[in-house]
Write a protein that binds this ligand. Structure first.
Ligand SMILES: C[S@@+](CC[C@H](N)C(=O)[O-])C[C@H]1O[C@@H](n2cnc3c(N)ncnc32)[C@H](O)[C@@H]1O
Length: 224
């Protein structure tokens, strides 16, 4: 099963270019559907935003990582969990979803002004209570959280997202707080996350969550 999946992914995943086969078009239709966003996340997409996307050069509103992050995060988010979502995207899907699971107001950030403006519209449209602001990772973050999560950008240089995240995350986690990142295992390997985490002695790699039906991964990192 894993072998077949790897083969399909190798054929299919060509980064953000050359996505013009029937399979790619079908994939794009699926992940850009506002109806499916509602089915998977019970989040409505404002009609003003239906043309927008969360992903560079793609029309996707969500992806497999968004789904597996939802499944994994549900095990760690309780009614009194304080949460920061990094990179909430143009729709704030995961923040809106988890705002129904915790009584604490979720903080959400994104580096993109366009995404912030658009997510604000969608947060209002869903009547969710989220504190959304612009920040390059932790640049404008001042609180500490039980859970910080990020569906990280897939094809960015690691020095622009992974390394600063791991270097600084302990300053923004409460004791035994968790950093939970989701990613496509083609551009980023779990071992790269494990090895880089060893550079920060205030945190420890806890575990990798895998799913038999896809190649995306979740890494959990805990504050010591
Ligand atoms: C893969 S998308 C995830 C979108 C959405 N959260 C989801 O799960 O579908 C990654 C997001 O990270 C944001 N991002 C990229 N670099 C960032 C940075 N340095 N600081 C904060 N957000 C960043 C992007 O603008 C984008 O919205």
């Amino acid at each position: 099963m894993q072998f077949i999946l790897s083969f399909i992914y190798k054929l299919y995943d060509k980064g953000s270019i050359k996505r013009d086969t029937f399979l790619h078009k079908l994939h794009e239709k699926f992940f850009s559907s506002s109806f499916l966003v509602y089915i998977f996340f019970q989040v409505k997409i404002s009609p003003d935003l239906s043309h927008k996307s969360n992903f560079r050069n793609l029309k996707h509103k969500f992806d497999l990582t968004t789904i597996i992050l939802k499944i994994t995060l549900k095990k760690f988010i309780k009614i009194d969990t304080s949460i920061l979502e990094i990179g909430t995207g143009a729709f704030g899907i995961l923040s809106i979803y988890f705002s129904k699971y915790t009584k604490k107001r979720i903080d959400s950030i994104d580096i993109s002004t366009n995404n912030i403006n658009s997510a604000l519209i969608n947060i209002k449209f869903n009547n969710a209570k989220i504190n959304l602001f612009k920040s390059n990772i932790f640049e404008n973050v001042i609180s500490k959280y039980d859970v910080i999560f990020w569906n990280v950008p897939y094809y960015y240089p690691k020095k622009d997202y992974l390394y600063p995240l791991i270097d600084e995350v302990h300053n923004y986690l409460k004791e035994e707080g968790l950093l939970i990142i989701g990613y496509n295992s083609n551009p980023l390997k779990a071992n790269e996350v494990i090895n880089y985490t060893k550079n920060n002695n205030k945190i420890e790699y806890y575990k990798t969550v895998k799913f038999s039906w896809n190649h995306h991964l979740i890494s959990l990192i805990r504050k010591k």
